[in-house]
Design a protein around this ligand. Structure first.
Ligand SMILES: *Cc1c(COP(=O)(O)O)cnc(C)c1O
Length: 453
């Protein structure tokens, strides 16, 4: 057995730490993001041997490579079995194109995959230490409910969720505001980026240093590692003999896409990762020009969970290609842009195109997508239009949420009211509880102090 993986900060001015420290800290002390010091190999032999395994079994095999030294294998196996007790459908759309539905978890978005694993990891670590941990989370719609649900009732943990009050759907809101217990939700009269900025500021605020704060946003490496698993799973289930695969990932904060980058680095034969954004096109523009400009305020689009004008995982993407970017988006070392352009295909999809795609895919294939998944699918179609040979390649587009989370949009576009999955049933009859606050950092700091000191 080789030595356990250690985690370095993308800003490189604090020492490397083991996984448990990185998990409990969230953001590194120099405001960088933790990255593993290597990507342990998944071989062609592993991938073919895993073709008949369940999702939980594949998760166990992939994640064991990162958790060695912190969780023993049998314990990790239990946590994976417990976290991944739902379906991961790979739906065939046409000859070589598939849709991977990551919407069958308890809150009906892909955020469940990471939130459930990370909550179990943190819960297990906290059993060994005293005191309370406060998780601050900003949500653009789905993180809040996934995190709140995953941490509900976990001893020693309290959860605070900030959401942009005007930008989440009613169902998304009710999914977080009806939990209660150790979960507090606050509606902010601002945008997701404002919520994210408030949370990030709190982490490095000396006035709050007496409170143990951590993050459950995708700045936490505990979110990222589990998000590499479903790419490995899709490959093991669909591909064989080392054939290349294309993944299309609808992206906002780029945590989901970083999961694909990690899977590729571990050895999954990925020919391209399609990075599909809505009108918040700062990353496609960065890849095109080499210059990065955040978008502030971010644009409001129907794929609301991707209304991000300054994605927090961009520093990790830049790091993965040999560059360096700080938390403010300043590029201090250029990444290998030529290689990024070869391995990634970045595209921005308008709301009109998103709606047209939902309609077209439903009419041609009888497959129902919601706005985020449709952005991914439209990205795949744009890629195939640019590279016609790709029509023959095996490709998987990621559906990140259940259509029933966006009933108004789906009804207006294709005239059907999507059937509610069991996880969303009965929501309307539960009592909502949430505070509201202006997007004013000082007010938020005082609130945190008053409630958690
Ligand atoms: C969070 C979210 C995304 C964006 O994922 P990132 O990891 O932030 O890029 C896409 N779709 C849905 C439904 C989401 O909830």
């Amino acid at each position: 057995m080789t030595t356990a993986i250690r985690y370095y900060s993308t800003n490189r001015s604090v020492p490397e730490v083991p996984l448990d420290t990185a998990l409990l800290q969230g953001q590194a002390g120099d405001k960088g993001l933790y990255m593993p010091d290597r990507f342990p190999a998944i071989t062609a032999g592993d991938l073919s041997a895993w073709s008949d395994l369940s999702y939980a079994e594949i998760a166990h095999r992939v994640l064991a490579r990162y958790t060695a030294g912190v969780f023993d294998e049998a314990h990790l196996k239990e946590l994976c079995d417990d976290a991944y007790d739902y379906d991961v459908p790979l739906e065939k759309v046409d000859a070589r194109r598939f849709l991977m539905r990551l919407d069958r978890g308890p809150t009906a978005s892909f955020k469940d995959f990471a939130a459930r694993m990370m909550a179990r990891w943190m819960g297990a670590l906290l059993e060994k230490v005293d005191g309370e941990l406060v998780i601050l989370t900003a949500t653009s719609g789905d993180t809040g409910s996934a995190v709140a649900h995953a941490y509900k009732g976990v001893a020693g943990i309290r959860v605070v969720v900030l959401f942009p009050i005007e930008e989440v759907s009613a169902r998304q809101r009710m999914q977080m505001t009806t939990i209660g217990g150790n979960v507090t939700t606050i509606g902010i009269d601002g945008q997701f980026d404002d919520c994210q900025a408030m949370v990030k500021r709190a982490f490095s605020d000396p006035e709050l240093s007496a409170i143990r704060l951590t993050s459950a946003n995708s700045i936490n490496i505990g979110r990222l590692l589990p998000q590499s698993v479903y790419y490995v799973y899709a490959y093991a289930k669909l591909a064989s003999g080392g054939e290349p695969i294309v993944f299309s990932v609808p992206s906002g904060n780029f945590g989901d896409m970083m999961g694909a980058v990690i899977a590729r680095k571990m050895g999954v034969p990925v020919s391209r990762i399609i990075v599909a954004t809505n009108a918040n096109d700062e990353v496609p523009e960065f890849l095109r020009t080499g210059d990065y400009h955040k978008i502030a305020p971010s644009k409001v689009c129907i794929s609301n969970a991707m209304n991000v004008g300054h994605p927090s995982n961009l520093a990790r993407l830049v790091d993965a290609y040999g560059g360096r970017m700080d938390e403010a988006g300043a590029l201090t070392e250029a990444p290998d842009l030529a290689r990024m352009r070869e391995e990634l295909y970045a595209v921005s999809i308008s709301d009109d195109k998103t709606r047209a795609t939902i309609k077209d895919v439903y009419e041609r294939f009888g497959v129902l997508m919601e706005p985020h998944g449709a952005v991914g699918w439209a990205g795949l179609e744009r890629y195939i239009a640019d590279y016609p040979d790709a029509q023959k390649e095996l490709s998987v587009s990621i559906e990140t949420a259940h259509p029933a989370k966006f009933p108004d949009e789906i009804l207006a576009t294709v005239g059907v009211d999507p059937e509610l999955p069991p996880s969303l049933a009965g929501l309307e009859s539960r009592e909502e509880q949430y505070d509201t606050m202006r997007h004013d950092y000082a007010a938020f700091r005082d609130w945190v102090k008053a409630n958690y000191s």
